[in-house]
Design a protein around this ligand. Sequence first.
Ligand code: AMP
Length: 284
Amino acid sequence: MEVIERVDTIRERMQTLRCSGKRIGFVPTMGALHEGHLQLLRASVQENDITVCSIFVNPTQFNNPDDYKLYPRTIAQDTELLKTVGCDILFAPKAEDVYVQQSLLQFSFGPLEAVMEGEHRPGHFNGVATVVSKLFHFVQPHRAYFGQKDLQQVAIVKQLVQGLSFDVEVVRYPIVREEDGLAMSSRNKRLDAKQRQTAPSLYGALQLAKQQLGNKPVYSIKAAVEAYLSSMDEVQLEYFEITDPDTLRPLTNVQPGQEVALCIAAFVGPVRLIDNMLVNLNEV
Ligand code: AMP
């Protein structure tokens, strides 16, 4: 596996590969890789000639300085994992090289960024859109792989690709969970043993909501989720929403046959976690 740090070098390398007719798959990450990332990499390796993984803890998408400082960084271990899944190129740039000058560009995603992650993490999606645009220019992929774990991010990236006519196909893969239901996340590494035990309650809350969908009104499901999580040690709910799976607009009522996305964010101790579940009301 090639490891490339410099932006100039990746640009040149990718230009050559693209010109020689190679199909390029791209998996952007912030590292501290786990099975959620690896499923995206395996899919890319299978579907493309060349797979590029980027590891870049992007400073501009963090609205909380502590979260940025404490974000797990395990590049040596990540490099070994990438070799095991057949990744061809690891692109691990330095922030100074990605952001030579501070970007003053401001993205607006309308209603999509006014809710949930957009509402609770000001500037987050602007940072995501900036770095994804830059990475797409550097890597020039045919196809880019994202996880449902960050459902709103996938919607934002799709809107970005459409709005700026990037010639990239965006694909989404399901959430990979630990055996106890906790969605895999690099941030899980920051949980202490007790917090790790209560963290699956986010998934528990989604399951509780799923059970009640179709039987109870939305406001009462939201109240049940709040009550359930308030009984958990060290868990502080930030939001729980029942949303349209495409627009992510929060719904106040649901119809039989409708598809919805249940979305949750909560602090477990000092660590902010998110999770979601797609549900078809015909199947509950
Ligand atoms: P991150 O390194 O957290 O920025 O994630 C990089 C990519 O992996 C994003 O597209 C995430 O949505 C995806 N991802 C992270 N965790 C999971 C998971 N548990 N299941 C599926 N995809 C994931």
